[in-house]
Design a protein around this ligand. Structure first.
Ligand SMILES: Cc1ncc(COP(=O)(O)O)c(C=O)c1O
Length: 400
């Protein structure tokens, strides 16, 4: 694997202040903040300070959809088709609340490689509404045999929630095959695209999914509090979320005592939107669109391959797919004392994370240099051999 010194995407580095002081390999968790967010947050405060309550009519009330419009092109969706919500867990609950699980078709098929928060919603909320769960298990903790998922889907299946890219290993699922089987059986596919939008090309039409959820926090560099929802228009018309609120009403300001769902995408909103988060989300997706997801993907394949090559050269275990076509933007690397090594990397301003059963997750993005990738793996070896990892002890806290 050759190192690239003439990478045109590196012109974007100056737009991300944190890159001046750290090696930022954590875009799978929290994408770097674009410089423009300082201005956006100021704009938010200025609007509140000077326009007061008029800000709602000026722009705030529509932001759940207008911010969605900046994300729609990255999904192959039309303007006006994407809504913004605070997080995916809530979105999953809203979606579950649209379906009836009292009859024979009451099964939800998903895998044990989904993001746990989503599984908690199915385990607690969906089951309380009568759903039965069929959880498909990964055999190696990295991938999921598509055949096993296909076999689990039948005419009793109501919903198939799947991640496009698995959060632990970055394994890319065969979404089209799963959609085909689900549709043959009359089931609905909810695609969690948190780890695909912004790092690999996504097109809701080509994938054929019914519903897509994702978030701006990671690969879209949009900060916390910005999750998004797209629903195929024909399905959208049929769904009636019972987790709802006044923002989903056809005439919210009439304050009618009975619900009448709005006829557009706002039907899936609930209470007052978190406006500051929507301001923060305005910069990142636009940058990603300008850089171009195809360019980002090509560079990501190059750098994740470089990580794998370096990790293997140092004798570390790679817990992500070795085949680039099946690998998203992250490489999970396991080595002795991986948790403690990850804490020492953070102390040295090399930003990564650690996930149980996966190892240290390394996630380069379009702003990462090849040098950063190679020197991080070298630093991992150095921390291990020097014993510097001993400064850190393993503890489970509520923070990381
Ligand atoms: C695949 C996936 N889905 C969802 C989430 C986040 O869910 P929430 O927005 O509810 O925090 C993550 C976060 O890491 C994730 O990796």
């Amino acid at each position: 694997m050759t190192m690239r010194s003439d990478d045109p995407l590196l012109v974007w580095r100056k737009e991300f202040p944190i890159l001046e002081k750290t090696t930022y390999l954590i875009s799978n968790s929290l994408g770097a903040m674009p410089r423009g967010v300082y201005d956006r947050m100021h704009e938010y405060a200025e609007t509140w300070a000077t326009r007061g309550v008029r800000a709602w009519a000026d722009s705030w009330w529509d932001m759940s959809v207008t911010v969605g419009d900046t994300i729609a092109p990255l999904l192959g969706a039309k303007p006006g088709a994407v809504t913004m919500h605070p997080n995916i867990s809530l979105l999953q609950a809203i979606l579950i609340s649209c379906f009836d699980f009292t009859g024979r078709r009451n099964r939800i098929v998903y895998s044990d490689m989904e993001f746990p928060s989503v599984m908690y919603v199915y385990e607690k909320f969906a089951r309380s509404r009568g759903a039965t769960l069929n959880v498909v298990h990964s055999e190696d903790g990295i991938s999921l045999p598509t055949g096993k998922i296909l076999d689990a889907i039948d005419e009793r299946t109501r919903i198939v929630p799947i991640s496009h890219v698995l959060f632990k290993s970055a394994y890319i699922q065969d979404v089209r095959a799963i959609v085909r089987k689900a549709h043959e059986c009359g089931a609905v596919v909810i695609l969690d695209a948190y780890h695909s939008v912004g790092i690999i090309p996504v097109d809701v039409q080509k994938l054929g999914v019914d519903i897509l959820v994702g978030g701006v926090l990671k690969w879209l560099c949009g900060g916390p509090g910005g999750a998004f929802l797209w629903i195929r228009p024909s399905l959208r018309k049929q769904l009636k979320p019972t987790i709802t609120g006044w923002c989903a009403h056809e005439r919210p300001f009439a304050f009618e005592t009975e619900m009448q769902y709005s006829t557009d995408v706002t039907k899936f909103l609930n209470g007052t939107p978190a406006i500051p988060a929507l301001y923060a989300a305005l910069e990142g997706p636009g940058i990603i669109a300008q850089v171009g997801v195809r360019n980002i993907r090509a560079k990501s394949i190059h750098q994740t391959s470089l990580i794998i090559e370096e990790a293997q050269r140092h004798g570390f275990t790679v817990n992500s797919p070795l085949v680039s076509g099946r690998r998203g933007g992250t490489v999970s690397v396991m080595l002795p004392h991986a948790y403690e090594v990850s804490r020492e990397l953070l102390a040295r301003d090399i930003l990564v994370d650690f996930r149980e059963g996966a190892g240290i997750r390394l996630a380069p993005h379009f702003y990462t240099t090849d040098d950063e990738v190679v020197s991080t793996i070298g630093e991992m070896r150095n921390i291990l051999e020097s014993g510097a990892y001993r400064k850190h002890s393993r503890k489970h806290s509520r923070v990381t």
